[in-house]
Design a binder for this molecule. Structure first.
Ligand SMILES: NC(=O)c1ccc[n+]([C@@H]2O[C@H](COP(=O)([O-])OP(=O)(O)OC[C@H]3O[C@@H](n4cnc5c(N)ncnc54)[C@H](O)[C@@H]3O)[C@@H](O)[C@H]2O)c1
Ligand SMILES: [Zn+2]
Ligand SMILES: [Zn+2]
Length: 341
């Protein structure tokens, strides 16, 4: 079957790959849609591991249930891509997201379990959820990033009336804005270096204000507008400049949630973090309950995630989509891949 394969730095090729065989604990799905995520872009940037088939945000229909009577052929499903061990303290306390094994065999993020930039894939049967018919394939592919944002907001200590700044207006940032508002924030602002994306956050109605992160007076402006800083800052970029802005813009005693990932160490203004007695919290992925909650909220029309989708591309056009998402000027927030077109 044809798959988009990571072959080098910033380079995908559509290659013939063996179809997945059923294996213990997994079922096979026919992929309908897959999302391109900021984390995938980190892999694409470095071009490693070579041969990786990305795509950890996905949906499809069951094509081989591997004898599991909970699933019928043709069931519409999505799944957590993670591979927790099920036995460690994290797993046993309902936090598979920080189990040490959770990313080792993750679907679409490991060579062991190729992802959804392909017409078929294996998914771990204990991570699969059926999806109601009123949720479209496009919306189903948005469940995973929505759950990331929900988890970040659940860790953020937002109260009715909180002022929240989200740094980075990619899909994780904008979904975090959406959930922050739902959690009771009275003022939600987003800062972005890509002006088209920043303006889009306002157009999509998820933030009250967009701050241009390239403005040298950014921090001064943020402080003036909030009379001394934000209660909560959610960092959704993962670079030194953004983490520094987060620590500088939160008020003393406030909370910074770190969602952005960097494969190399970032510098932080430590003295401000210490002197402000701020809480710095990492946020990784989601719990199973949060993932299921996102499916339910989309099904009940409590959140609209389809408005963040800009385009749907074929496997052949995955390369162009990555270039578009990283050129720093395009307003596209989320691009989905359809391996069947
Ligand atoms: N912790 C987790 O579980 C988790 C899950 C998914 C994604 N992520 C990470 O979260 C980050 C965001 O994901 P995404 O899919 O939205 O990525 P993205 O690349 O689409 O968005 C990041 C945005 O940050 C902006 N940006 C960069 N530097 C900035 C700065 N100094 N100030 C303001 N904006 C700045 C970029 O222009 C871009 O629009 C990525 O690092 C991704 O790897 C983490
Ligand atoms: Zn993702
Ligand atoms: Zn575990």
């Amino acid at each position: 079957m044809k798959s988009a394969v990571l072959v080098d730095k910033k380079k995908f090729e559509v290659l013939d790959v063996e179809e997945p065989k059923v294996k213990d604990g997994y079922i096979v799905i026919d992929v309908k849609k897959a999302g391109i995520c900021g984390s995938d872009i980190h892999y694409w940037d470095v071009g490693e591991p070579k041969g990786l088939v990305l795509g950890h945000e996905f949906c499809g229909v069951v094509s081989d249930n591997n004898g599991n009577k909970d699933f019928n052929i043709g069931d519409r499903v999505t799944a957590l891509p993670i591979s927790p061990c099920g036995k460690c303290e994290a797993c046993l306390t309902g936090n598979p997201q920080y189990c040490r094994q959770t990313w080792t065999y993750a679907s679409g993020l490991s060579l062991d379990n190729p992802g959804a930039y392909a017409p078929k894939m294996n998914v771990r049967m204990d991570m699969v959820y059926k999806v109601p018919d009123n949720v479209s394939d496009e919306e189903m592919a948005m469940v995973e990033p929505s759950a990331v944002a929900m988890h970040a907001v659940n860790l953020a200590n937002i109260k009715l009336g909180s002022k929240v700044l989200v740094i980075g207006g990619g899909v994780i940032g904008l979904l975090s804005c959406m959930f922050a508002k739902k959690a009771g924030a009275s003022y939600v602002a987003v800062s972005e270096v890509n002006l088209s994306r920043g303006k889009k956050a306002i157009k999509l109605g998820v933030a009250e204000k967009f701050y241009d992160a390239t403005n040298p007076d950014l921090i001064k402006t943020l402080m003036a507008d909030t009379l001394g800083g934000f209660d909560v800052v959610i960092e959704c970029c993962g670079n030194s400049a953004a983490v520094t802005s987060a620590i500088t813009a939160v008020k003393p005693g406030g909370t910074v949630v770190l969602v952005g990932v960097s494969l190399t160490p970032v510098n932080v203004p430590l003295v401000m973090a210490v002197m402000g007695e701020m809480t710095l919290k990492g946020a990784i992925a989601y719990t199973k309950e949060e993932f299921k909650s996102c499916i339910d909220m989309i099904g009940r029309r409590e959140i609209d995630v389809s408005k963040f989708i800009d385009d749907i591309v074929s496997l052949k056009d995955v390369q162009k989509a990555y270039e578009r998402l990283t050129n720093g000027e395009d307003s596209a927030i989320k691009i989905l891949v359809d391996p069947n077109i």
